[in-house]
Design a protein around this ligand. Structure first.
Ligand SMILES: Cc1cc2nc3c(=O)[nH]c(=O)nc-3n(C[C@H](O)[C@H](O)[C@H](O)COP(=O)(O)O)c2cc1C
Length: 391
């Protein structure tokens, strides 16, 4: 597939190609969010309320994009976020994301809801890999996954705290995600015409062996958890701050809490012994009506930025968005849909193209700002429109 410019100029172009290749059920799972998707829209809109303050006539012959995150030196200021069911979007899924991250000198965070094995994903990457933990399948399954991630050489554990239940993702309900992932063949019939209308995706899905159990959620005594939709998988996966005690005992490396949206939770995260946190709305897929994550970032950085590494995600579609988040205090950011659209459109090549777009965008933005490295970007390069911030 031709992904070069001018066919693919930005992430919207990759989204368009993903939409064409995927059946509605899979595209909407990737693209959609909870309820009226207010938080998703606000997450994207918030960048328009951050204004750059450039310094011109400054020599910027080269641009260093390197950052250090959780003790790992990265060549890029963005990491690839955990995206559950990546293998449903493309057979290479998590393997492709891990490989692309490593090849480009950055890190990949593997979701618990992966279709590929922890060990195989690690083997694809020359760079650091991190493991994202849900308690799906219970504590025994989580402890087994943590032990495997440790043995495989994963460098940090990201514990997602914003999924006491799955959010109300109405696109998934309408598209029949539950029956499609279930075992009753008759319940799938109403959704088959749309799937048959996407033969490229269907051929790849069939060749890949179709839905299979989650290879990293191995319930002691009963084996890998069967393939189910995300709402079912997250039933009884609730994590609480008291769980951090046993998680801390099972994992010796850095722990990061993912899904912090208030200063209170940021302080609890520090008290629970986490070395980092991710300010995140879970892509607007959980509690609709929380603010776009960029709005709460400055308050959280002010409160705990000197005690913990503050990472950030949500709505990042351009390199300039990355620079804005770093200007507001993030140490580095996570890309979610931005690379997943590329993965869904064209596997490895699609992720490479997304990363290439971001790298070029960030370098251009830094030069236009008068910065010769990403580490130079601070709050003096950005300001926000009145009413931007939510505390
Ligand atoms: C399709 C999809 C699946 C996701 N799966 C997970 C997951 O398994 N675990 C997790 O912690 N976050 C998950 N997230 C949230 C992402 O890790 C990240 O926080 C979010 O995508 C960032 O927002 P953005 O997509 O607007 O960049 C998922 C997001 C999407 C869009």
């Amino acid at each position: 597939m031709n992904l070069a410019s001018p066919r693919v100029v930005n992430i919207k172009d990759l989204r368009r190609l993903a939409r064409a290749r995927l059946p509605d059920a899979v595209f909407d799972y990737l693209d959609g969010a909870a309820d009226d998707e207010v938080t998703l829209k606000d997450s994207e809109r918030a960048y328009q309320e951050v204004i750059f303050k450039p310094r011109f006539a400054v020599a910027t012959p080269s641009c260093d994009l390197g950052v250090t995150v959780l003790g790992q030196k990265l060549d890029l200021p963005f990491i690839l976020a955990p995206i559950g069911y990546s293998r449903l979007m493309h057979p290479r899924g998590e393997l492709a994301a891990s490989r692309a991250a490593g090849r480009n000198g950055t890190a990949y965070i593997l979701s618990t809801m992966s279709g590929h094995r922890i060990e195989d994903v690690k083997a694809e990457s020359a760079g650091p890999t991190f493991y994202q933990l849900y308690l799906a399948g219970g504590r025994g399954a989580a402890e087994a996954a943590i032990a495997r991630a440790k043995a495989a050489g994963y460098k940090a554990l990201f514990v997602t705290i914003d999924t006491p239940v799955a959010g109300n993702r109405e696109r998934d309900v309408r598209n029949g995600m539950k029956p499609l992932m279930g075992t009753n063949p008759f319940a799938k019939i109403p959704y088959l015409p749309n799937i048959l209308a996407h033969p490229r995706w269907l051929a790849a899905f069939l060749a890949d062996g179709m839905s299979r159990p989650f290879p990293n959620i191995v319930v002691p005594g009963s084996g890998p958890l069967a393939a189910v939709d995300v709402a079912s998988a997250l039933e009884s996966a609730q994590v609480s701050w008291t769980d951090f005690k046993w998680i801390r005992e099972s994992w010796s490396g850095p722990i990061v809490t993912k899904g912090v949206m208030t200063v209170d939770d940021a302080r609890r995260s520090v008290d629970a012994g986490a070395q980092g946190l991710v300010v995140s709305t879970h892509a607007g897929r959980q509690l609709d009506g929380v603010a776009g994550s960029l709005r709460v970032l400055p308050g959280i950085v002010e409160a705990v930025g000197d005690k913990t590494e503050v990472l950030f995600d949500g709505g990042i579609r351009r390199g300039s968005d990355v620079v804005k988040a770093i200007g507001l205090g993030a140490k580095a950011v996570l890309l979610g849909r931005a690379y997943a659209y590329g993965m869904a459109a064209a596997g490895d090549a699609g992720i490479e193209r997304a990363i290439e777009i971001f790298r070029a965008d960030i370098i251009r933005t830094l030069k236009l700002l008068g910065c010769s490295s990403i580490s130079q970007v601070d709050s003096s390069y950005v300001t926000t429109r009145p009413g931007f911030r939510v505390d």
